[in-house]
Design a protein. Structure first.
Lengths: 246, 232
């Protein structure tokens, strides 16, 4: 049995005095694409934030390659191995190109290599023509592409995507989903995706986990989980999946 | 009415004639208030950002104190700076009382809570997840602060305007710690009070107009930067 790339052991987390993640244990192996599903407020985003060491857990451990992450330097080094795309694009003031370059600049990447990476990421997401535009003048679809390009420009080992295609129109969502599927598989990037969309799960993911009121109540392959859904939300999800497959 | 018109004419005359005393008083006002604003920016942005980002017991109390400090009466600041710098006071040995340095300190103390409060509000007005996104991009602690301050720079310009506006126009503290000594600590506000006391209303109005014009000029400059950036 290989050591998982990422592992949560008995993870619990409070936000604003409320228990949002309760004793969650899960493993993510290299090249896994794990879907986290669950109703709003079930703890998907909080779990991802704890896994990414962006918010501290109250109890439990997050292990990377079997080792816990302790201290300021180790945490920063860990964060620099991953990327996260939030529900909102959260672009910074400046041009599209400068946004895509942000993570690389923070790593003090040499200028030429940085430029190559930025150009590559812009091309991957079809936004080369926008490179000089102000990030705040973009449509929501364009801004979403920029946030994805910014994340992939860092060539992360692992990516966390929090409902990445929310509020996008159908053609754009399908185009981006196809692009993302190709990217994750061709580059062998491990991913954790919080989603409400069964097409995303079926197209992108080889594993899925169901969250309910902060608990992780089932995990496995999408076929296994959807064959025996553990709660109403996943049961509805399974019905959609059947329609989608039909 | 005649008095005001005479005052305006006197102001024009003083400005056009390049009256050396008026120029010296104006220049000293700019230097003292500029330095005090700079000092308050260095301290206030740091404290404001830390207060906005950190979670610790007693934070609300501290924020309330900062907000109270935004309305700190200049004479109170002046009184305490005077006591501290007084001959027998804790810092009396520095012999700073009745010097421009004492005025910078007093004005800095007045401006710091203003800058802190506005910086705190500016950083808190950024999207809640922006800090997490910046962390996820691999930013170190100092890089996070740098990027957040950069994102909040337009509202932070308001802090500069409010800080400078607050100190260039105050008179109580400057009078108490500076003493309005001709050629040394006389600034536009203290000179205006003195001229009014002497009944020289035309000169007092002239000095007031210069003070207003100065404040207008600084705010115009900062507003232009702010609006230009916002329009991008």
């Amino acid at each position: 049995m290989t050591t998982p790339l990422l592992e949560a052991r008995g993870l619990s987390m409070q936000r604003g005095g409320v228990d949002v993640v309760k004793n969650v244990s899960l493993t993510v192996h290299e090249n896994d694409v794990l879907a986290l599903i669950g109703s709003n407020g079930s703890g998907k985003t909080s779990l991802m934030l704890a896994l990414a060491h962006l918010m501290p857990a109250n109890n439990g451990d997050v292990l990377i390659n079997g080792e816990t992450v302790h201290g300021k330097h180790a945490t920063l080094a860990y964060r620099r191995r991953l990327a996260m795309v939030f529900q909102e694009p959260l672009l910074l003031d400046g041009s599209v190109a400068s946004n895509v370059a942000t993570g690389l600049n923070l790593r003090s990447m040499p200028r030429q290599e940085l430029q190559e990476r930025v150009d590559e990421a812009l091309e991957l997401f079809g936004i080369t023509a926008l490179s000089r535009r102000s990030a705040h003048s973009l449509s929501s679809g364009e801004a979403r592409r920029v946030s994805l390009a910014r994340a992939f420009a860092m060539r992360p080992e692992m990516i966390f995507l929090d409902e990445p295609f929310t509020a996008l129109d159908l053609p754009l969502r399908e185009a981006l989903l196809l692009q993302l599927t190709k990217l994750l598989h061709s580059k062998g990037i491990t991913a954790v995706i919080a989603t409400h969309d069964c097409q995303e799960v079926l197209q992108l993911c080889n594993r899925m986990a169901v969250m309910n009121k902060g608990h992780l109540i089932r995990s496995g392959t999408p076929d296994d989980v959807l064959a025996d859904p553990p709660d109403d939300f996943s049961a509805a999800f399974a019905r959609h999946a059947k329609l989608f497959n039909a | 009415m005649e008095l005001i018109i005479d005052g305006i004419l006197e102001a024009v005359r003083l400005l056009l004639s390049g009256d050396s005393e008026v120029l010296a008083v104006t220049w000293l006002s700019i230097k003292i208030s500029g330095l005090a604003t700079l000092l308050s920016l260095m301290v206030g942005i740091g404290i404001g950002t830390t207060l906005a980002l950190a979670e610790f017991p007693g934070k609300r109390l501290l924020v309330t104190l900062v907000n109270t400090g935004m309305g700190l009466p200049p004479v109170v600041a002046g009184l305490f700076v005077t006591i501290f710098l007084w001959r027998n006071g804790p810092f009396g040995y520095l012999e700073l009382l009745y010097t421009p340095a004492a005025m910078v300190i007093a004005q800095g103390i007045i401006a710091t809570p203003i800058v802190t409060g506005i910086s705190l509000a500016a950083i808190q007005s950024l999207p809640a997840n922006l800090r997490l996104q910046i962390m996820a991009l691999g930013a170190s602690r100092s890089q996070i602060i740098m990027l957040l301050v950069r994102e909040a720079r337009l509202p932070l310009l308001a802090a500069v305007m409010a800080g400078f506006g607050g100190v260039i126009s105050e008179v109580g503290a400057s009078m108490m710690v500076g003493g309005n000594i001709k050629g040394q600590t006389r600034v536009l506000t203290t000179a205006t009070v003195m001229e009014t006391g002497k009944g020289n209303f035309d000169t007092a109005i002239a000095l007031s107009i210069i003070l207003l014009f100065l404040t207008f000029l600084v705010n115009l400059m900062l507003t232009m930067i702010q609006q230009k950036r916002r329009a991008r």
